[in-house]
Design a protein around this ligand. Structure first.
Ligand SMILES: [Zn+2]
Length: 107
């Protein structure tokens, strides 16, 4: 997901229940729509967590603050998935850490 910070990519894919390894070209229109809704929900949650505007969050990896402490999967490798209780997994995609739940985000 180009243009969306690491943390938002992981969180949004989890909300949309899409495996992060899915190539963009293989996303169906239905899954694309679900992902778009998930990105909006993730950004709204981030703003609620402490930012007053989108500008506070986009562009830098260092200003996630409170949001980072209540993520669904981001930075939670080995911890219990908040949805199913399974172990969250960390993989590296395009040299960036990506977090996901294999049970909630099946291939
Ligand atoms: Zn899960």
């Amino acid at each position: 997901m180009v243009g969306v910070g690491n943390i938002y990519a992981s969180e949004s894919l989890f909300r949309a229940r899409i495996d992060p390894r899915t190539p963009a070209r293989r996303l169906t229109p239905e899954r694309c729509a679900r992902l778009a809704r998930a990105v909006k929900a993730t950004l709204r949650a981030a703003i609620r967590a402490g930012g007053s505007s989108l500008r506070d969050f986009v562009g830098s990896d260092g200003v996630y603050g409170c949001f980072q402490q209540r993520t669904l999967v981001y930075d939670r490798a080995g911890k219990a998935c908040r949805r199913c209780g399974g172990a969250v997994r960390r993989i590296v995609l395009g040299q960036r850490s990506t977090y996901y739940c294999p049970a909630c985000q099946p291939r």
